[in-house]
Write a protein that binds this ligand. Structure first.
Ligand code: FES
Length: 94
């Protein structure tokens, strides 16, 4: 099984996430990152992808709209909408 190491930089935690898996399912268990609706509606999970953006899925329309509404930076994502697509190292801060 291919695994991506996702470092939550502000916590100093590294989570191993299998390719294709949803980031939130692992972040909820292994970090203090907060989630709310988990449906791209509340932005509680807004985070910054410092490294490895290309290893993740692209934001879908609903996520893109909320990020735009929040005036998010291009490297910001909704944690609940992140899926790991490729093997490697990702760094996220929230
Ligand atoms: S938890 Fe609500 S937008 Fe991600």
């Amino acid at each position: 099984m291919k695994v991506t190491k996702v470092k939550i930089v502000n916590e100093g935690v590294v989570i191993e996430i299998p390719e294709g898996a949803r980031f939130a399912d692992y972040a909820k268990e292994n970090s203090n990152m907060l989630f709310g609706c988990e449906n791209a509606e509340c932005a509680t999970c807004l985070c910054t992808v410092i490294k490895g953006k290309e290893l993740l899925n692209e934001p879908a329309h609903k996520e893109w709209l909320l990020l735009k509404q929040k005036s998010a930076y291009p490297n910001q994502r909704l944690g609940c909408q992140i899926y790991v697509k490729k093997e490697g190292v990702v760094e996220i801060e929230y």
